[in-house]
Design a protein around this ligand. Structure first.
Ligand SMILES: [Zn+2]
Length: 306
């Protein structure tokens, strides 16, 4: 073997070792071949370690699809390691459910697998628009540990409904109208009738709005019409009662919408509204104060023009 070949192999070995060195992310098999890592309920502003979102993967007879990759490349590598402990089947797809950084900054951990990155047709524009701010925040939070984390644009875009075949199981992907964000994508596994809702459903953690509150309430009504045995939220525990979980979230959004509309009609300031709106829901949710205030901050100016 020539020296160049040996050197090349050594470099490949080091690269692979680098990928394999992460310790595996804890995952739970919630349905046959569907593995979920449940993130912790922490906020960006307080006690934040990055691992807050539910991410995971689905294993078919021929291939694996990753669904969201975590807050940074380290979380992504740990997820990859978890996959490799369970199967050596190729990682053919990396699906991003929406643009939020806690879900997609681990994308680069899968580059060497050469997967197809998949997302909502509006995801590339959203990534483009936020790339700089997201990278700046990540560097502030992680310093050098942020190196290697990147937003990788999807090449497979879902306009309405698309299917992916993993061998022995089909995934149905649906691109939704503006709700949690303007680029929410859900994944339905036909084999187990599991619906991966990601941030279209928050369980326990206060739902955060970055799209359109009224749109989200209508999407919830659409989601209620779907049949699913199990739903996987973007934050919080997996639920076998889709409609109850969605209804709980709808109530929060509806109360918030009604309260903010009432404040605007009564001439209340946005600052006072941030304190008062949706107070009746405070006990029902984790991280209520910080997330609810941000929600008011986002929807108040938009609703003033109704
Ligand atoms: Zn989100």
């Amino acid at each position: 073997m020539c020296l160049l070949k040996i050197a090349t192999l050594a470099i490949i070995g080091l690269v692979l070792q680098g990928i394999a060195s992460a310790s595996p992310l804890p995952v739970k098999e919630v349905a046959k071949g569907i593995f979920v890592h449940q993130g912790a309920h922490e906020d960006f502003d307080e006690n934040y370690h990055g691992d807050i979102a539910n991410i995971g993967f689905i294993v078919g007879d021929d291939a694996v699809a990753v669904i969201d990759t975590g807050w940074d490349i380290a979380v992504g590598k740990a997820l990859r390691e978890a996959i490799r402990q369970i199967t050596d089947r190729p990682i053919r797809y990396v699906i991003n459910t929406h643009v939020h950084p806690d879900h997609i900054f681990g994308n680069a951990a899968f580059s060497l697998d050469n997967p197809k990155y998949v997302g909502h047709h509006r995801l590339p524009a959203a990534m483009q628009q936020r790339r700089e701010a997201y990278l700046r925040n990540l560097q502030q939070q992680l310093a050098q540990a942020a190196d290697g984390s990147a937003l990788i644009q999807p090449e497979v875009l879902v306009n309405d409904v698309s299917t992916l075949d993993l061998g022995g199981r089909k995934l149905t992907l649906k691109a939704w109208a503006t709700a949690h964000t303007n680029n929410d994508l859900t994944v339905h596994d036909d084999l187990t009738n599991t619906l991966w809702l990601s941030d279209l459903l928050f369980v326990e953690r206060t739902p955060s709005i970055d799209g359109d509150i009224k749109g989200w309430i209508s999407v919830i009504e659409e989601l209620k019409k779907l049949d699913a045995k199990l739903v996987i939220p973007g934050h919080g525990a997996v639920s076998s009662d889709k409609d109850a979980s969605l209804e709980r979230q709808r109530q929060y959004l509806q109360v918030l919408l009604d309260d903010v509309r009432f404040s605007i009609k009564s001439g209340m300031s946005m600052t006072d509204t941030m304190e008062a709106a949706a107070n009746s829901q405070r006990q029902a949710w984790v991280l209520f104060d910080v997330v609810n205030r941000r929600n008011v901050n986002i929807i108040f100016p938009a609703l003033e023009w109704e």
